[in-house]
Design a protein around this ligand. Structure first.
Ligand SMILES: [Zn+2]
Ligand SMILES: [Zn+2]
Length: 257
């Protein structure tokens, strides 16, 4: 009886110890070197726009094999950044391909997990880094009428749903894949820059009351329809939309060009 009891206690305590150490393994332990890249969306707007804390920007662009963006879209995106950011030591885009996660369609948690598994570049010294993942699928939130082209989900993290873009870009008489990719990249990065009113203070009243983080100026890059595909096809028919003067004024007031 006593031995049984003792065994029982030993067993319980060993289970307890095991589960404790398992818990420790499962905890999301953010490496202190990575913590500045795991902050809420918009909190690095000034660090990305100005050269006060960071003189260069390195973008780690990770694509699933076969879902890489077109070279022209990457060039257009780089020009957009050079127009708006003060980075005297330069903007570098490093591209790399990885195997599929086989998780399509993706939840936000799955995208975060993929970033945890594939991101290698974090802020060092005066170089700020951004991670962009080109997914081989679509968002789990997509509906028949509304599809998501991309999402900016942390202060330096973006996902682009490349498979969704290719489906839209291969329609006859529609915008090209390059046009949609460029619009999605520019739009999502502008969210990292704090637009609209998510980390960069409004200089005038142009926030869309119906869609957080978006602009109510017609044809502006930060219109909500760019992100969600509804009305996007018509809007992109005339090329990649640009930021309107009100959005640019916000960026300039927060240290941007
Ligand atoms: Zn948006
Ligand atoms: Zn705008």
């Amino acid at each position: 009886m006593q031995i049984t009891k003792l065994l029982g206690i030993l067993l319980i305590s060993s289970i307890f110890l095991t589960s404790c150490s398992n818990d420790d393994d499962n905890d999301v332990i953010v490496n202190p070197l990575q913590i500045n890249n795991k902050q809420p969306l918009g909190t690095s707007a000034n660090d990305l726009l100005s050269s006060v804390n960071f003189k260069s920007l390195t973008i780690e662009m990770v694509s699933v094999q076969g879902f890489e963006p077109t070279n022209n879209a990457v060039e257009n995106f780089k020009s957009f950044l050079e127009q708006r950011l003060f980075k005297p030591d330069g903007i570098t885009i490093n591209q790399r391909s990885v195997a599929s996660s086989n998780l399509n369609p993706f939840t936000n948690d799955e995208i975060t997990q993929i970033e945890n598994n594939t991101r290698t570049a974090f802020n060092v010294g005066d170089d700020i880094t951004v991670y962009i993942y080109f997914a081989d699928g679509s968002s789990v939130n997509d509906t028949e009428t509304n599809v998501t082209l991309g999402t900016a989900y942390l202060n330096t993290s973006i996902v682009i749903y490349e498979n969704t873009i290719r489906r839209l870009g291969n329609r006859p008489n529609g915008p090209t894949v390059t046009t949609i990719e460029t619009a999605a990249l520019n739009h999502e990065f502008a969210h990292l820059l704090g637009l609209v009113n998510i980390g960069t203070t409004l200089q005038s009243s142009h926030e869309d009351p119906g869609s957080r983080g978006h602009c109510n100026v017609e044809k502006c890059l930060m219109e909500a329809s760019i992100e969600f595909g509804s009305g996007m096809m018509e809007m992109l028919g005339k090329g990649v939309p640009e930021l309107d003067p009100l959005c640019i004024a916000d960026l300039q007031a927060n240290g941007g060009r």
